[in-house]
Design a protein around this ligand. Sequence first.
Ligand code: PGA
Length: 248
Amino acid sequence: MSKKIIIANWKLNPITESEAVRLAKAVDEKDVVICPPFPFLSAVKKVMKKSRLGSQDSFWDGPPSGSGAYTGEVSAPMLKKLGVQYVILGHSERRRHLGETDEMINKKVLAALKSGLEVILCVGEPAEIRKEGSSAAKTFVSHQLSKNLKGASRAVTVAYEPVWAISTSRDPNLKETPEMILEMADLIKSFFAKNPPVSQSKVIYGGSVTSDNIGRIIHYKDIEGALVGGASLRSVEFKKIIKISKNY
Ligand code: PGA
């Protein structure tokens, strides 16, 4: 039985280091990756015993220097030196609010891989595309995969996150179903199969994952974990999610 990975995407939360440390201590379990905001990475790292550390972004000016004239950016080599193992790239919120393009995300993916970080690449269609039907959604995600992973040299984790299913950008007229998720997992897996350097990659799911629905999502062999936003900030709820995931 392969282990499922549960990734906590804290986004722009919490507001203080002491809250971040308290939350990390409460959910420090095996097969869990915690992705706090940059300012809390070091403090969270110090209290982790079983979980692993991830960041929510990294810049593309990668190896060998990982430094340069890029005000406000944080590079993959810097993160690696800090003890970060994973990095979330291409989250739909960064694509939407910060104008990240597929080309920018591709550069970030390549730099992160070269620096030795494990990449968690987020892909997923917006509501207007899903409303056109599943074949439009599949075409959209296929394009993201081929552009974002162009030249990738080793396995990554791809998080399928339909934008309309994320708790803070929910579309009330759309509802995710296991069939929809599996259909997309299948498409992502066939992309891996056709691209030997990434053939050992994993597919996980994200979008309003809670203790109520995690079991229904990850009991499928092809869904190898979950990316959890809102629910990862509530320690009791997140611990329930972790506990349930251990059954699969
Ligand atoms: P959510 O967020 O679990 O709150 O829907 C998931 C994400 O945006 O990664």
